[in-house]
Design a protein around this ligand. Structure first.
Ligand code: FES
Length: 357
């Protein structure tokens, strides 16, 4: 019997006022007219609660662009889910936040790009810093837990001190320092985003220094740069193991990037119950467990901790999602990543997202 999922990533919309070059959403975004309705999302939350999900991340794009967001929060809350808003902060005013907390919102995760306003807005490709600052202030005033999420890359890894000070200044409870995942749009910017090994080494030392200094004051989460570290990441905690993603149009995926995989045939909540999708669908069983693993993963002691690494990355780099993740130092295709890492020296020039879905 398959264990139930713990978390649901609800991508309410792909629309977003920011244009970040590191965006891991697909190159082809779901149009606004194809988004699930309020009633359809409410049914997704009901089914998720019945299936055993305990936590939902209301994400996007920018979820605040959904006018019905308070209704969606209320529906998720009513289904027994802990709701976290994952936002850029753009559009989070006092009234909006009051409506969301009134509907049962439990916590907020705010994206930040850099501690320096001008650099942050250059990375985001949009004016956004003041809105984030205000959003952080309002969230703290409302008494909600506040987390910051900073996607790390060559353009901000050397300023972790600034990002951590920003988290302290803004009263955050945690900051997630998440090295870029090169999926979707971010793959187009891989050459501009990939850090040098020396940058990663310095950043890791900075995190260790701050952890020692801060103790429990601020939780520092370091999401490792798998390509530079030559270690496969335990992507999603294993395929179809702990979480599922529902895209804006109701497509259900084992991870946010899986829509890119050939032949996956992902199911949709409009056609099937979430419980069937989780337990029975071919998409969720494609790389579940260990039976699919090639060598050297199949015989490797790490297979129970890295779960064979990332299928989407294996596909993006080799054209075959069943290959060993080339991030791993033992992968037959590791030379592909070595060439990328050795080439990480140019100043970052981003290709920004344009126009929205
Ligand atoms: Fe899809 Fe890693 S992002 S398996």
């Amino acid at each position: 019997m398959t264990d139930p999922p713990w978390a649901l990533l609800a991508e309410l919309t792909h629309a977003c006022p920011l244009r970040c070059g590191y965006c891991s959403n697909p190159v082809k975004l779901v149009s606004r007219s194809a988004e699930l309705t309020t009633a359809q999302w409410s049914e997704v939350f009901r089914q998720a609660g019945a299936l055993g999900v305990v936590h939902t991340h209301l994400s996007g794009g920018e979820p605040l662009l959904r006018r019905d967001l308070p209704d969606l929060v209320a529906a998720a809350e009513g289904a027994g889910l802990y709701t976290q808003l994952v936002t850029s902060g753009a559009g989070l005013g006092e009234r909006r936040l009051a409506a969301l907390t009134g509907a049962g919102l439990r916590s907020v995760q705010l994206s930040v790009q850099h501690a320096d306003r001008a650099t942050a807005e250059r990375i985001a490709g949009a004016r956004s810093f003041a809105a984030k600052e205000r959003a952080a202030r309002l969230v703290r005033a409302a008494g909600l837990p506040l987390g910051l999420n900073a996607v790390l890359h060559r353009g901000n890894l050397d300023d972790l001190d600034g990002l951590i000070r920003l988290a302290l200044d803004w009263g955050a409870d945690r900051i997630e320092l998440a090295n870029t995942q090169y999926h979707g749009w971010a793959a187009r910017n891989r050459a501009a985003l990939l850090p040098t090994p020396a940058q990663v080494e310095r950043a890791r030392a900075t995190v260790a220094r701050w952890r020692e200094r801060l103790g429990n004051t601020l939780e520092l989460v370091w999401v490792a740069p798998d390509l530079v570290d030559a270690t496969a990441k335990p992507c999603m905690g294993g395929w179809g193991a702990v979480s599922l993603t529902v895209a804006p149009d109701g497509t259900v995926l084992p991870c946010p990037a899986a829509g890119s995989l050939p032949g996956l045939d992902p199911p949709n909540v409009k056609d099937r119950e979430l419980a069937w999708i989780w337990r029975e669908s071919s998409a969720f069983n494609a790389f579940r467990g260990e039976a699919w693993m090639p060598r050297p993963c199949r015989d490797c002691a790490l297979r129970t901790t890295d779960y064979g690494g990332c299928r989407c990355q294996a596909y993006a780099l080799t054209g075959d999602p069943t290959r060993t993740d080339p991030a791993c130092r033992h992968a037959p295709d590791r030379h592909l990543v070595d060439a990328l890492v050795q080439g990480a020296a140019r100043p970052p020039e981003y290709v920004y997202r344009e126009g929205g879905p």
